[in-house]
Design a binder for this molecule. Structure first.
Ligand SMILES: Nc1ncnc2c1ncn2[C@@H]1O[C@H](COP(=O)(O)OP(=O)(O)OP(=O)(O)O)[C@@H](O)[C@H]1O
Length: 269
């Protein structure tokens, strides 16, 4: 991985410039800038309501910003034609916090759907490939026949991850993937993301509140504060930022515990 200081905006797979988002009079982002580099796992953190999910939604095209530009794969995502947009969307996968699976479809059908719709596969081909994605996400094959309502929280996340991976994306967007999981399940999910990034060469944009996730798998962390990205750098740099929220978050009891727990893993790298 290239050292953060050696990279420039032109190396970015996602480039956000002067982004402004507002709902009525409520300004969420004002002239926000962010680069995401190919192959990294970027953790996006910030207090509640700082606009982490809105930023993710702006990048994936679900929220039209008031101003600014978003380039993905070097293409202007906001100016793209519907065809260009759909070609771009095929190159990234999104895992929403709720999983957003269709409740009336089995796990296999949920994963097969984008393959039939966007890759033009027949149902048997799509369902066969869905089985491979189910295994990739660490689920047993039997989970494919289950409906979302019968899955545990951790299984829902993995099924949603399998669907996000359906079209072999280059970028994976994850909105609070470990929220609601017990610590063991959350740790296992973090390791799965890390393994998939390494094996598939994914770029990961990860919105999280989970300090353990930041310390165990993120290459860089972007902190949202006061409508902007306050800092986006390695944890070492971010932890030292002169900001009250950063101080409370990273140097409070939970931050210290996560740092301590991650130390043996970092030392063995
Ligand atoms: N569709 C919408 N209409 C109006 N306001 C919205 C809409 N979506 C988000 N907001 C507001 O934008 C702000 C940022 O929301 P967002 O969900 O991005 O925060 P967040 O940083 O992800 O928060 P959390 O950590 O609590 O999930 C919030 O004040 C929210 O109420």
């Amino acid at each position: 991985m290239v050292a953060p200081s050696a990279r420039s905006g032109s190396d970015a797979i996602i480039q956000v410039r002067n982004l402004t988002n507002q709902f009525g009079a409520h300004v969420v982002h004002k002239n926000l800038n962010l680069d995401v580099y190919r192959g990294e796992i970027l953790g996006v953190v910030g207090g509640s309501g700082t606009g982490k999910s809105v930023l993710l939604r702006s990048i994936v095209g679900l929220q039209k910003p008031a101003q600014g530009t978003v380039h993905i794969f070097g293409q202007d995502a906001l100016a793209a034609s519907p065809d260009q947009r759909s070609a771009m969307e095929r190159r990234f996968g999104v895992l929403f916090q709720s999983g957003a699976l269709f409740s009336s479809l089995t796990v296999t059908e949920n994963i097969a759907m984008p393959l039939m719709e966007h890759a033009g596969m027949s149902r048997p081909e799509a369902e066969h490939l869905a089985g491979l994605k189910i295994a990739l996400a660490g689920l047993r094959a039997e989970a494919g026949q289950q409906y979302p309502a019968s899955l545990s929280g951790g299984m829902v996340k993995r099924a949603a991850l399998a669907r996000a991976l359906a079209l072999d994306p280059e970028i994976l967007f994850l909105d609070e993937p470990t929220a609601g999981l017990d610590p063991i399940g959350a740790g296992a999910f973090d390791q799965l993301i890390l393994t998939l990034r390494d094996a598939l060469g994914l770029t990961v944009f990860l919105v999280t509140h989970d300090l353990d996730t930041l310390y165990t798998i993120c290459d860089r962390v972007a902190v949202l504060s006061d409508k902007k990205v306050l800092v986006a750098d390695t944890l070492q740099v971010v932890e030292a930022a002169d900001d009250a929220w950063v101080h409370d978050y990273f140097h409070g009891p939970r931050g210290r515990a996560a740092q301590k727990a991650a130390k043996p893993a970092q030392e063995s790298k």
